[in-house]
Design a protein around this ligand. Structure first.
Ligand code: PRX
Length: 658
């Protein structure tokens, strides 16, 4: 923990004082509570014997080709196994079994493309498509344990690809389409992927936007492990072609056989790797396995959204490039046999009512989106959603960052007709599934709070020394007991897994978030206490962006902070010291923004780059980001007494005034 970390928790505490003046509560209506999937008694039973509770869920929610005799094995912490001797196939659980149960005609996916094209897949059709993709990938030599990199837009082929990998037991590693060729290359290399599945591109705000060129660039370096690239034709743009390596989806998958029998894989067989930003430069390959992950994603999807699969239409707006698009688009909705909407584009294209048009068209009953989107809708005005029939909505979910009470209230009133419960869900790439959230038929909801650890989940807030804080106090969010969907490690780096998550406090998982318990013991999330930023719900590392900046020859030193931003939660602000004649280059800021775009991806481009003569450092040479954050947020810089040179802050403010 650095000096900065402590103060981050303190300043989060200030934010909490404002939050805690928030004391409105919204209990579920009698009607909602009476028909809810999960009732109040669930907590007591689950928390009395967590392992038994999860064992029961695993058997009720999933079909196993071989039943398990063990639930949790925690004899070698922090390495857990769940349902270790059981076997199952994730793809069979998401597809075939629904068809076998007579639900083949139920719609699995309503797809809405950015240009307005649509496709509908029933469970029977989706099962066939996945079987074809499985056969095609197997014919290309992909087998159990191989890694497949996926760089696709939000189109049904993304879900089909992931489920085909899972069927084979190949480990998928999705790279968000907003990451650059460089970022893609490092992820392909780290996972040693054998196959890449991509598209020519996608559409963004009515225009084609490319993906395949980034794959080509990522594969220019010799020595990579990729044998084939399968390319979905989506936007019809011309692409470069490497004969022998590249194959069109239409020539390989579309022509493959629709017959494929799924075999069971061990419960602890890896399902996927998903890279996420941490406090050091290199992204971490978070590893998830099969049985526990599917159990908790399926359970939470049912419990937190009160899912009635026969009647609900679920829409999670997350991209498959993030964990939410894995757990609550690809896996849980399909494992639960639900009908869901998948949308390729942005909320403002071709007009600012696009989301509400989609809700009306498909009669979406459960909407799951991010606070940054909600705040954007607030800015656009409530007359826009008012033009559409949103009466199908009955549950509203929020994820990705703290939701401020104003946004929560607006969401409930304007989108939820003042009656749909709002569930704020806290979790992480690492937790795999939702950990803290109200239960819509049970909890009296508080605007802005995720409130309650789910049944079977042991969350706490602790002080610097790891002692549980009393109600009304703040500290660090920890998880005290292993949970089924927990990460099983960092791909290829067990030591980093231990030191990142399990070393800060004895025997507890350190989440990296600050939190406070209110007088009732409900949990309020307060943002990260480490060097991770949250920009529009996207997780970015300050150090990763700093490394990208200093890799440019014009930059001598760089410091990056996440500054509070009304819409995006945080915005990336960079302070740079330039080298030599770069100081006189009028285009340097644009050059550096583009450089970050090239190194990491457009999502990481700093909103603001400030050229400064010095950076504030402690005597041990650590940059005091807290002081830079004060400047970036337009405040007077706070206590700078621990600086090695306390004239630095004046030098910086003078240079910014100039
Ligand atoms: O800081 C927390 C924030 O997002 C981080 C996890 O980011 P990622 O792994 O990208 O997963 C995002 C989607 C699950 C957390 O450490 N976060 C996520 N949900 C919430 C949240 N902060 C406050 N409230 C939430 N509901």
């Amino acid at each position: 923990m650095s000096e900065d970390t402590t103060t981050a928790a303190e300043s989060n505490g200030d934010a909490l004082e404002n939050l805690l003046t928030e004391n409105r509560q919204f209990p579920p209506s009698a009607d909602f509570a009476a028909n809810a999937v999960v009732k109040a008694g669930e907590y007591e039973a689950a928390n009395a014997d967590r392992a038994a509770f999860w064992g029961k869920q695993a058997r009720e929610l999933l079909s196993w080709t071989k039943d398990f005799t063990k639930t949790l094995d925690w004899s070698n912490p922090p390495f857990a196994t769940w349902f270790d001797d059981g076997e199952l196939n994730a793809s069979y659980n998401a597809l075939d079994r629904h068809v076998e149960a007579g639900n083949g005609d139920r719609v699995a996916i309503y797809f809405e493309g950015e240009p307005g094209d649509t496709r509908t897949y029933t469970y029977a059709q989706l099962t066939e498509e996945v079987k074809k993709a499985t056969n095609a990938f197997e014919a290309l030599g992909v087998s159990r344990g191989d890694r497949v990199a996926v760089y696709l837009p939000m189109i049904p082929e993304a879900v089909i690809t992931l489920l085909a990998c899972a069927r084979i037991g190949a480990i998928h590693s999705v790279v968000f389409g907003g990451f650059s060729a460089e970022a893609l290359r490092s992820r392909i290399d780290d996972a040693e992927a054998k196959l890449v599945v991509t598209a020519d591109g996608t559409f963004r705000r009515g225009k084609p936007s490319s993906l395949k060129p980034a794959v080509d660039e990522a594969l220019t370096a010799p020595g990579h492990t990729v044998e084939h690239v399968v390319v979905v034709k989506r936007n019809g743009e011309d692409v470069n072609w490497v004969e022998g390596r590249d194959l069109w989806w239409d020539d390989t998958v579309s022509t493959a056989s629709t017959e494929h029998t799924a075999v069971g894989h061990p419960a602890e067989h890896p399902l996927f790797i998903l890279y996420t930003s941490g406090t050091t430069g290199k992204p971490k390959g978070i590893l998830h396995t099969t049985g526990g992950y599917l159990t908790q994603t399926a359970y939470t999807h049912k419990a937190v959204f009160d899912l009635h699969p026969e009647t609900d239409v679920f829409w999670c707006t997350a991209d498959v490039g993030w964990v939410t698009g894995h757990s609550y688009v690809t896996y849980a909705p399909l494992v639960n046999g639900a009908t869901q909407v998948i949308y390729e584009g942005t909320p403002d294209s071709p007009h600012q009512g696009r989301f509400w048009e989609i809700v009306e068209k498909y009669k979406v009953s459960i909407l799951y989106t991010a606070p940054t989107a909600i705040r954007t809708f607030m800015k656009w005005g409530e007359d826009i959603p008012a033009k559409y029939d949103l009466s199908s909505i009955r549950v509203l979910g929020s994820v990705g960052e703290p939701i401020n009470p104003e946004a929560w209230m607006w969401y409930r009133r304007v989108i939820g007709a003042d009656k749909a419960p709002v569930v704020d869900t806290w979790w992480q790439t690492e937790t795999g599934a939702i950990m803290i959230a109200p239960l819509p038929g049970v909890t009296s909801a508080k605007p802005g709070s995720a409130q309650t650890p789910l049944p079977g989940i042991a969350v706490d807030v602790v002080d610097e020394l790891g002692a549980s804080v009393p109600d009304g106090h703040g500290g660090y969010l920890v998880i005290r007991e292993p949970w089924p969907a927990m990460l099983r490690g960092i791909w290829g780096d067990n030591e980093r897994y231990k030191s990142t998550y399990w070393a800060r406090f004895d025997d507890m998982y350190f989440a990296g978030d600050g939190a406070k318990k209110d007088a009732d013991g409900d949990v309020w999330l307060l943002g990260r206490v480490d060097d991770v930023m949250n920009v529009s719900g996207h997780r970015l590392s300050t150090t990763e962006i700093e490394s990208a900046l200093v890799s440019h020859p014009s930059v001598a030193e760089a410091a990056v902070v996440g500054a509070a931003d009304e819409t995006t939660g945080q915005a990336v602000v960079a302070f740079v010291i330039l080298r030599g004649s770069a100081v006189d280059d009028p285009d340097i800021v644009t050059t550096l923004r583009n450089h970050v775009g090239h190194e990491i991806g457009p999502i990481a481009k700093p909103k603001t780059i400030l050229v400064v003569p010095e950076l504030p450092k402690t005597r041990s040479g650590k940059i005091m980001r807290r002081l830079l954050k004060d400047i970036a947020e337009g405040r007077e810089a706070g206590d700078s007494s621990t600086l090695a040179d306390n004239t630095v802050m004046n030098q910086i403010s003078d240079s910014l005034k100039a």
